[in-house]
Design a protein around this ligand. Structure first.
Ligand code: G3P
Ligand code: MG
Length: 244
């Protein structure tokens, strides 16, 4: 029997709580998500901050680029009120806090938005090893060269290729990277059942994004996709569960 499709909360349960905050991650865990997707950047003092954008402008009450702000400055910001006043206590999380708070078995898809001259990957690997999460983490990025470099330097780390394109063969695209690719993370609109079947046969998992409706989820569950990335883990988990 093929493994169960896992539910991966996109930036946490970001449809119902402010994205990439502990509130969003904890809500996703309560809703039964087996995995989290989150985005990271590097602070001025070299810590990994969980945030989608390179600036704090959209998701906090502050302004500026994360790379120009220290952890002390970043921690003063309100990262929840923009979503709803009841989340005003939310702060930008450090990756370290996510590792400390979430269940150790939770699958973590950590998306690298920018390498910061490889300083980000160095700190990331320190934390992954310190918290013993090599088996739970997949590092993904739209920047495939960054991932290939990381994989060559740390062969034990799992990498996942993010993309939004209709490749002739998704599995051949992965193979052409020249390193072992753990997973493919395509935009779901560019993915057919045959692509899923072929990749899984080649030993590569498939985690499409962002699946928020039943209509979008059903063909993927029918094709026994490895996992789906969603803003609404409770809603999509209910659809997934109807297949098992
Ligand atoms: O990892 C899937 C998805 O997060 C990629 O796009 O912009 O939401 O980080 P984005
Ligand atoms: Mg992302």
């Amino acid at each position: 029997m093929s493994p169960k499709t896992i539910i991966i909360a996109h930036r946490g349960a970001s449809g119902e709580a402010p994205e990439n905050t502990m509130a969003a991650f904890q809500l996703a865990e309560e809703q039964g998500a087996e995995g989290m997707e989150l985005d990271i950047h590097l602070s001025a003092d070299g810590e990994i901050i969980v945030c989608h954008d390179a600036t704090v402008d959209r998701t906090t009450n502050g302004t500026g680029r994360i790379e120009n702000l220290t952890v002390t400055e970043l921690k003063q910001l309100d990262a929840g009120s923009w979503f709803h006043s009841k989340f005003q206590a939310e702060k930008l999380p450090l990756l370290e806090e996510v590792f400390s708070v979430l269940k150790p078995e939770t699958f973590l898809n950590i998306e690298v938005k920018c390498s910061y001259s490889q300083l980000l990957e160095e700190r990331l690997m320190e934390l992954v090893l310190q918290y013993g999460r090599l088996e739970q983490v997949v590092v993904s990025s739209f920047e495939h060269k960054t991932l290939v470099k990381l994989k060559k330097r740390i062969p034990k780390i799992r990498i996942g290729l993010l993309y939004s394109a209709n490749f002739q063969s998704h599995s051949l695209m992965a193979a052409s990277s020249g390193v072992e690719v753990y997973s493919l993370h395509p935009h779901f609109e560019w993915l057919g059942a045959e692509d899923i079947e072929d990749a899984i046969q080649q030993g590569v998992r498939v985690y499409p994004y962002t699946i928020n409706s039943e209509t979008d989820g059903i063909p993927l569950f029918q094709a026994k996709v490895s996992g789906v990335i969603t803003d609404y883990p409770a809603r999509i988990k209910a659809v997934r569960d109807s297949f098992y």
